[in-house]
Design a protein around this ligand. Structure first.
Ligand SMILES: Nc1ncnc2c1ncn2[C@@H]1O[C@H](COP(=O)(O)OP(=O)(O)O)[C@@H](O)[C@H]1O
Ligand SMILES: O=c1ccn([C@@H]2O[C@H](COP(=O)(O)OP(=O)(O)O)[C@@H](O)[C@H]2O)c(=O)[nH]1
Length: 245
């Protein structure tokens, strides 16, 4: 049965897409097939009236920490990483527009003539109109990640849920890419993630969500239909939220 607007459990979400996932089977760059599939999935949400904010990583192009290992200055590397997220944002806007989904890119770093400068009130009004808002350039500051940017923007624009779409299907007791015996959690408190140092998301992002009581769901980006299932209340991946003692 087709999903209807009345099935919707969330009105406004912030979706974080990892940059690495955008490169698909390639070792670098952007795979247009992945972009198109994500655009279609986002379009399904828009179709049932969900307001969608997007944060896209830059790991498919540049990461400050890796550039530092290669000999670059860390802050310069982080600036390059943030610019990479703007490029991914432009590519995603293009894919959304090809699906007739109205969208705009905002950047935490002013880039006149290319994208809008981030303005919370303008972003909120665009979301209310049903436009997909792509928040790029992370937080605008070095030493942060786009996971933190996603949580920050999610809290700022009053999203009801932050969704992290990633390569794994949830949060595990250890990195499942390294430890095949790791077991998956369905639900975790912020403090459990912090105390057990579960590495799926950086701890700054988790702290921010904990301090502002923002629920977070980690799910598998490649699983078709997972995103739509989540916004109608489905139980995909792992939910991180406040759990009463
Ligand atoms: N406890 C854990 N549970 C799940 N994934 C974990 C855990 N610890 C580390 N990871 C790793 O975190 C990665 C997900 O983070 P993500 O930000 O999407 O990737 P990246 O940092 O490469 O952009 C997964 O690929 C997984 O291997
Ligand atoms: O607020 C931010 C967000 C990102 N970055 C830089 O941009 C890179 C790409 O972002 P991220 O690693 O979070 O991308 P993802 O892992 O999601 O692809 C990071 O490595 C950092 O170098 C930054 O300096 N500040």
């Amino acid at each position: 049965m087709p999903v209807k607007a009345s099935d919707r459990k969330f009105k406004r979400i912030l979706l974080k897409l990892s940059g690495e996932a955008l490169m698909g089977a390639e070792g670098f760059g952007i795979d247009p097939k992945v972009l198109d599939r994500m655009a279609l999935e986002v379009g399904q949400l828009v179709g049932i009236g969900v307001q969608v904010g997007l944060v896209i990583g830059g790991g498919n192009l540049f990461r400050g920490a890796s550039l530092q290992k290669a000999g670059l200055d860390r802050v310069t590397g982080d600036h390059m990483g943030m610019l990479a997220t703007v490029m991914n944002g432009l590519a995603m806007r293009d894919a959304l527009e090809r699906c007739n989904i109205v969208s705009r890119v905002m950047s935490a770093i002013p880039m006149s003539g290319v994208v809008d400068h981030y303005d919370r009130r303008k972003a909120m009004r665009a979301l209310q109109r049903g436009e997909v808002v792509i928040f790029s350039a992370g937080t605008g500051n070095p030493f942060f990640t786009t996971d933190s940017a996603a949580c920050l923007r999610g809290i700022e624009v009053d999203a009801e849920l932050v969704l992290k779409a990633t390569k794994v299907d949830g949060v595990y007791s250890a990195d499942p890419a390294i430890d095949p015996t790791a077991t998956k959690y369905d639900r975790l408190s912020y403090d459990e993630v912090l105390n057990k140092k579960l590495g799926v998301m950086d701890l700054t992002a988790i702290c921010l969500c904990r301090d502002h009581n923002m629920p977070l769901r980690v799910f598998e980006m490649e699983k078709a239909g997972a995103l739509l299932n989540i916004v109608v209340g489905g139980d995909e991946g792992t939910l991180i939220e406040e759990i009463a003692e």
